[in-house]
Write a protein of this length. Structure first.
Length: 286
């Protein structure tokens, strides 16, 4: 009924051809609706000040926008700097990409390009109508709190289940890919816990006997495969430098010996002088 009322506003010049004219009007309208194919534009290098309302208001001047999505961080809620805009007509999307590519906005060059239909993911605009809400403080504190042994056990079991499913999917697809994953880390932790439990079960206050110490050291060595020892490499001395140092030492020793000889000769001269004085005194007395 609405289509008939809208088409009734258009009247033929010849009243006898009114029926044929209305049929042609309906055909043209159906052709226009079927001819329009939506087009998706990728918009990159967006400034942080732009949000969904600003983007919708700005790009709506080119044509009708069907859907719009701004990629945001799930943790902080801030925009990642790129988004996707779906227009009703692909021709409008091409005009937007040509016009807005390398357009300076907020000290940034906007990058725009039309995405072909085969590259548009079916879940690209899922949840685009919902506004992002930052997590509340209780949720943040619950996520960052220290987990107990039971919670850690549940988390490890969950991770191991996911890892086993991943290994099965790889095997079904014929991919021979081996990786340690979480499964390799769990036995080492279990071995440590079992060793501590065995020591504690022997006595309420266990004594560190040599056997217990050796057992703990062997477990730690198995865990620590990485060698964290720091090795300092000293550059070797040149042969010429060593020869020069030996010559300098020989010269110093020779000079010390000469000084000792000079001191000995001075002492001998002093002794001769004293002896001559004693002889003179004896001769005077006689």
């Amino acid at each position: 009924m609405t289509e008939e009322k809208q088409s009734g506003t258009l009247l033929a010049l010849n009243p006898s051809e009114e029926a044929e004219f209305q049929k042609k009007v309906q055909q043209v309208k159906k052709r226009q609706k079927s001819a329009l194919t939506p087009g998706v534009v990728y918009v990159g290098h967006l400034p942080q000040s732009l949000a969904e309302p600003q983007l919708r208001a700005y790009f709506s001047q080119f044509g009708k926008i069907l859907r719009l999505r701004l990629s945001r961080s799930k943790r902080t809620g801030r925009g990642k700097g790129y988004g996707f805009v779906e227009f009703e007509c692909d021709e409008v999307a091409k005009i937007v990409a040509e016009t807005m590519d390398n357009y300076l906005m907020g000290e940034r060059l906007i990058k725009c390009q039309v995405l072909p239909p085969e590259k548009v993911h079916e879940k690209l605009f899922v949840g685009s109508q919902k506004m992002f809400k930052k997590p509340s403080r209780p949720a943040v504190s619950r996520y960052n709190k220290e987990h107990g042994t039971e919670e850690i056990k549940k988390l490890t079991e969950k991770l191991l289940r996911k890892e086993s499913k991943l290994r099965k999917r790889l095997a079904e697809r014929g991919i021979n890919y081996e990786f340690p994953g979480f499964k390799a880390q769990v036995p080492a932790k279990k071995a440590l816990l079992e060793a501590d439990a065995s020591v504690c079960s022997e006595d309420s206050t266990p004594v560190c006997t040599p056997s217990v110490l050796e057992r703990r050291r062997s477990i730690k060595v198995k865990e620590d495969d990485v060698d964290d020892e720091i090795v300092l490499k000293v550059p070797p001395q040149n042969i010429e430098n060593s020869d020069e140092e030996e010559d300098d030492e020989d010269e110093e020793e020779g000079s010390e010996e000469e000084d000792v000889d000079e001191e000995g000769s001075e002492e001998e001269e002093d002794g001769d002088e004293e002896g001559s004085e004693d002889e003179e005194s004896h001769s005077d007395e006689d």
